[in-house]
Design a protein around this ligand. Sequence first.
Ligand code: ATP
Ligand code: MG
Length: 405
Amino acid sequence: MDYSEIMVRYGELSTKGKNRKDFIRQLGQNVKAALQEFADLEIHAQHDRLHVALNGTPSGPVIDRLKGVFGIENFSPVLKVEKTKDAMFEAAKTLIEAQYEPGMTFKINTKRQDHQFELDTNQINDQLGGHILRSIPVITVKMKQPDITLRVEVRLNGIFLSSETIHGAGGLPVGTGGRAVMMLSGGIDSPVAAYMGMKRGVKLDMVHFFSPPYTSEQALAKAKELTTKIAGFAGHVQFIAVPFTKVQEDIKEKVPEGYLMTIQRRMMLRLTAAIAQQRGAKGIFTGESLGQVASQTLESMLAINDVTTMPVLRPLVSMDKTEIIKIAEKIDTYDLSILPFEDCCTIFTPPAPKTRPDLEKVRNFEKLIDVDALMAEALAGVTVVNIKPGDHYMNQQEEVFAELL
Ligand code: ATP
Ligand code: MG
């Protein structure tokens, strides 16, 4: 069907005044960024709705992109026809036929702005309803919770009809919640946590630690490839790669085995906080979930969190692995996350890390390494790439085979 526009309804817009303006302005920008590849669209963010005029662009791919934009409650593809009874009847029938299955119910919901139009609201409801009942034999009218609601708006510049309401991603437009950095590994959890952070409007940059030659090129490529998926919810995302080899080697050499993991994590968090500060970010997100592994007990969090006063946000804190996996599948990161390339933490994890590290001991053992020098060296080696949805950093099939051979 050649739809003429897509009408977008805003999400959590309970706020008023300046917040509401910011919400609408940011959503308008994000929708434009998400749809920038479609040259003929015209996008207008208005007070109560956002309109995407298609100007001949097929609606399917535009709809797919809109589904990933936070701040949208739902949206409807709309057919615009000239202001005649016949054109309206024809369009209404086409719309309903496209969705109709035998036995379904419908109702018509009409709004009339143009009072010169030959039929008034009740007449439209009656006559158009009659036309649909006559043209589609086993359809019936139902006023409460019908299967299909046909919306008809008679405006000054035409008649607009829609019958489908498509769920949006919900949440708040990315950017309305400020900036933070995400600690992104190659695992299942952190991409899901990034998605959840962005859903609440936070603009996230990814910080990834890698340890060549202990970690492979593929492990780094995998984290970037995961970022291309996350970028689908934000337009684009900065990927900040932090070399971590020297830090890990030094810790391994100098710190007792039971404390390796805790002190590595403290260094990771310190470096992330420093990077966040340099970029004006106001918080750190992680994919931690309480009780999942040794570093994710309250005692561990206390001992690791000790290095910064910046808020560390953990959207997955009380979720079960099965719930996390469901979201990973929904946002299409799961298949990438389960590829078998080790990341820097797994390689240097001792067989029995302390699950209840003692904070004072941790602070003392850490004196065995030169924290400032290691930080400075790692920060000097940081590289940044801007990643967009649709970019590619690895060929999944080839890489898996290479690993297996
Ligand atoms: P994930 O599935 O996200 O890897 P996990 O269950 O494997 O999480 P951990 O390995 O303990 O748990 O990691 C906890 C969190 O620490 C991760 O969710 C991520 O936020 C951060 N993290 C771990 N490894 C890295 C890394 N190489 N680079 C950046 N952040 C990391
Ligand atoms: Mg992991």
